[in-house]
Design a protein around this ligand. Structure first.
Ligand SMILES: [Zn+2]
Length: 277
């Protein structure tokens, strides 16, 4: 194992001045900031390269550029880099599939809800909502939780927020389910159902905001276009409109368009990442 000190900069972890050290460990290069006896691990050099360049004081940037050029000239992508890229592809693919299936579920549920309103067979509404919530829970568990577990394994600071969002979504959807069941069995009065539904709805909106923020944090690794940001804003507006009486017919439409943009752009970014590995 060899290590080389590059120069002074501002540590991205703690914001204090420190010395950037690059260590070579079984074929991979890893960045640390050293503050006296305290070391802060930043991450693999190739992944955090841009961030590290920006963290350094101007006069030391050139020596990091030279080191990176020398490494890539002699080795190309190292095994360690490739493992990280593969994990990123795997994790983001899971998350993307989750959003895709949830989008399909919302579209299906929207059509069913319209059909129920038109045909006036309202008694089954509660049952349909519970089935929708159950499938939504399973999809969240299989895809979003699975994906963010992989991603936080690579970089917890960046993706931990996605895990929190996923857990919060479990809480929100479970609350929707409990309220629907209690209402269907006439355990609670409509006056109690309304505030509980609003609480569940707000929880779900916040959970998506956390999940989307975590996805946007991938821009350190991958290129995401403007389309995905527009998609996220539309989707979040859609989830929020669900809470506004009289406007909740429009919510799912915005949500579906937004999610479609997210799924599309994430797909393009993942394909580009695959080519790099
Ligand atoms: Zn630090």
């Amino acid at each position: 194992m060899s290590s080389r000190s590059i120069g002074y900069g501002i540590c991205p972890r703690c914001g204090n001045r420190g010395v950037l050290i690059i260590k070579e460990l079984s074929g991979g290069y890893y960045a640390y900031y050293r503050h006296g006896k305290v070391w802060h691990y930043i991450g693999p050099l190739s992944i955090f390269y841009d961030q590290l360049i920006n963290s350094l004081y101007n006069e030391y940037r050139e020596s990091l550029r030279k080191l990176a050029t020398r490494i890539s000239a002699t080795r190309g992508n190292t095994t360690a880099d490739r493992q990280i890229i593969n994990a990123l592809v795997d994790g983001l693919t899971h998350v993307r599939r989750g959003i895709l299936w949830l989008m399909i579920l919302s579209a299906l549920f929207y059509v069913i809800a319209l059909a129920i309103v038109i045909s006036r067979i309202t008694p089954i509404t509660g049952a349909v909502e519970v089935v929708n919530a159950v499938i939504s829970l399973v999809l969240t568990y299989v895809f979003l939780l699975g994906g963010f577990n992989i991603l936080s394994g690579i970089d917890y600071a960046r993706y931990g927020m996605g895990l929190s969002g996923t857990y919060l979504r479990f809480v929100g959807i479970s609350l929707v389910m409990v309220v629907d069941v209690m209402y269907a069995l006439s355990i609670v009065a409509p006056t109690v159902v309304v505030p509980l539904t609003v609480i569940a709805g707000v929880t779900i909106v916040v959970s998506w905001a956390l999940i989307y923020t975590a996805i946007l944090r991938s821009t350190k690794y991958i290129d995401l276009s403007r389309a995905i940001r527009i998609g996220m804003v539309l989707a979040l507006m859609g989830y929020s409109l669900d809470l506004v009486p009289g406007l909740n017919e429009f919510g799912p439409l915005l949500q579906i368009i937004g999610e479609a943009l997210i799924v599309m752009d994430l797909g393009i970014a993942i394909a580009r990442l695959k080519r790099e590995s």
